[in-house]
Design a protein around this ligand. Sequence first.
Ligand code: 2AM
Ligand code: CA
Ligand code: CA
Ligand code: CA
Length: 262
Amino acid sequence: MNLETICQQVNSITKEVGVFIKKQQISVADIETKSKNSLVTFVDKTAEKKLVNELSKLIPEAGFIAEEGTSTKKGEVYNWIIDPLDGTTNFIHGIPCYCVSIGLIRNEELVLGVIYEINLDELFYAWEGSKAYMNGKEINVTPTLTLEDSLIATGFPYYNYKKQTEYMNLFQDLMKNTRGLRRLGSAAVDLAYVACGRFDAFYEYSLNPWDVAAGAFIVQQAGGKVSDFSGGNNYLFGEEIIAINPHINEEFLAKVKTYFGK
Ligand code: 2AM
Ligand code: CA
Ligand code: CA
Ligand code: CA
């Protein structure tokens, strides 16, 4: 099977699981705490089991890097990177911004990404060599030329608080010198919105590979630039990400380097 066919199948698997998530009713008793501010429910876990089960049929030799640990099988060449429900806190609080996020790596390289924003019924996807799409239509990052005219998304760090001062200083600078800042609470949705031109950029640190795999790939296929805070390529496993329209990348990176001392 080629990657385009695989992507079509992942699209329908992802949508099906999204529909399952949408139908679930949860109560306070269903909420488990993994650590202080890390919540999970049976919905996250059941969704992940369904995904692992279906994706195993698509590429039998592939392994998994999945947030809730359903499978720890390591694939020699292919590995799926899965976040069954990105934006769990939103989901629990009834805020309608959360998604299913599926990435695929061949060796260390991203080759496919699918994000399903459940409540808006928006499916974002791309595969190696393709454009980026939302519900069948090509999407692109913004053509904005300056940070002054840019709308920037971020997420607040929930561990590694050591870098919090650097984060807040950058935040304050951007607050004064951009069109505005937004915080949706789902890194995958933030990335999908950079890909389709709703945001000019997204940055966050203290993220896991499953938060960013699909979105980072889709942004790049949509003409965007993705890097870590030094401008390097270590954004998938390196816990720092900038996803941005390439015109404003230098200007943005200069600010990040100033505050984070890179
Ligand atoms: P999640 O909903 O899958 O946990 C928002 O800043 C991003 O960070 C989301 O993608 C969210 O993913 C993740 N996130 C928020 N709190 C987290 C925590 N305590 N541990 C791990 N990831 C978290
Ligand atoms: Ca989580
Ligand atoms: Ca996540
Ligand atoms: Ca999750």
